[in-house]
Design a protein around this ligand. Sequence first.
Ligand code: MSP
Length: 664
Amino acid sequence: MSKPKYYLTTPIYYPSDNLHIGHTYTTVAADSIKRFKKLQGYDVFFTTGSDEHGQKIQNKAKENGVAPKEYVDHIVASIKELWKMLEIDYDCFIRSTDEHHEKLVQKLFTKLYEKGEIYKSVYNGHYCTPCESFWTDAQLVDGDKCPDCGRPTHIEEEEAYFFKLSKYRDRLLKLYEENPDFIQPESRKNEMINNFLKEGLEDLCVSRTTFDWGVKVPFDEKHVVYVWIDALSCYLSALGFDGEGGEKYKEFWPANVHLVGKEIVRFHTIIWPALLMALDLPLPKKVFGHGWILFEDDKMSKSKGNVIYPEPIIELYGIDAFKYFLLREFTFGQDGSFSREKFLHRLNSDLANDLGNLVSRTVTMVEKYNEGIIPAPKAEEEVDKSLEELAVSVANKVEAEMEKLNFSYALEEIWRLIRRTNKYVDETMPWVLAKEEKKDRLDTVLYNLSESLRIVSILIKPFMEKTSDEIRKQLGINTEAKWEDSKVWNSELASIIGNKVEKGSIIFPRLDIQKELVRLNEANQKLIERRTKKVGNGEDKVEENKEVVEEVKEEAQEITIDDFDKVKLKVAKVVNCENHPKADKLLVLTLKIGDETRTVVSGIKKWYSAEDLIGKKVVVVTNLKPVKLRGIESRGMVLAAEDNEGKLSLLTTLDELNDGASIS
Ligand code: MSP
């Protein structure tokens, strides 16, 4: 029997800047839905991508002195890098500059024109260039300001094509009425009706002549297709739709759900269904408008310097902690406020104290009291029943919550079981049973704890795949998790009796919040500084992502005194110094280190001349592998400090010491 199909999408992101935690939120949510549906037996197709055309991108590319395509290519590469880092399991990354997409846009535009759904006229309206949006008088704030970004708009008049959106008002209202789930959450539907449909719709401007970075209108090439027809039809081209059909299109369209942020619900629930109606194509089943992630109740913006980037968080605490936090902390349909304290507290309470602790004590006790083998249950007691009943009921509750995309409630249900199981340890006190040699009862308790964890490992899989795998490994399970197996207690098919547990590292160590706050803040600040300083082209961005990730990794890694001891540091005297004959930036130093003399090549010529250094004492790493720098072998490295303005200073000792002195 073929599997039921499920198609879901995130918006296609503007590749005008690095994505922040807000963008990541939608994609992480979509990824969990995909994993959840897959686990339930669906054949899932998940589309994400980039929305690359438009005036804003054209302007940005110009500022950076590169062609628009070159500009977006690099940023798109860095977006893909981020999704890779987060292990996002998408099936298609559609770019609005993909050739087959552009062809589809042209086809759809022409079809709409031929059907009389698009006509040519003159547009005049308030236009906000950075937001690429025209606004009506009623929508403007403070007279002429853009309601999205607050910047002044200006009047533009130009020849343009229009889509007859106005005629779809009644059909849209009927669609909402007959399909109460089409717009979720409910409050967003009311917003659409009251703010947009009640007053009646205006026709929609769908072409522009003031810029050319876009898909050309095929029968009138001075026009480019303007924003929404281009962006929205990505959901079709991602399935290989060519205007008539396409294999994946036939399998997966209409979409089960489009996940979108609240500010673009309007485009997805008014313009998109109207366009599809005009094209006689089936409509998506649901549009979910989620809330925004704010930073401590404020909108994130680069100019305020309060943008939270995901990379440092992931590097310091791992993908699962990050995903868990996003999905558990915020109610999907509502705005939520991010703070580092909240993140770290969740980690400590839910992940270290509740889950991590349960895994570690269960495995430890099986090791200690039963030689690492999960025993079969024997002597039962009343208290076992409540654990068992709760455990097998969670999957259905998770299904119900996931149906409504209530990630936080779904996770709360799972954590109820985790906490109940921890309580079960306190109630049954296995250490007392061991002391009193009540072996049959002890076996049951150990089994029940392991069985409950087996169920937890399945339930968390869509949200925290790595942690799920790790728990299963520690329980000695080497089969794929199956959703249905989480509904059966002591299941024969998924039996863990007789498994050898394998104690691993602590899955979520407890954190010192004050220390972590500093680390997290510093890592993010560093990234903000770099990203603000370097507007550069996208290539820099990919490189810079990698660099920062490396730095954060280094910061995150503590070393032992033994590690430090590996580096041999000595005081050395510069007895000679010359310019490198073949390199502008290098100096060649002759160093006396006790009885020994050696050559070290150093890239410090920008800060020191040869004369400055002769006779000075410096600090040198003596056990570094020799390297040849432009033909001269360098045996060691002199140490220097660099401040954030790029000023460099060589290190020396506070008091005069003989060369050859060891540093530790
Ligand atoms: N390109 C359009 C979408 C076209 S879809 C056919 C677009 N791009 S965007 O990059 O500006 O935004 C993409 C998504 O990110 C939107 O759903 C938006 O709501 C979401 N977010 C941007 N900032 C956000 C937060 N701070 N919090 C949560 N989501 C946010 O719009």
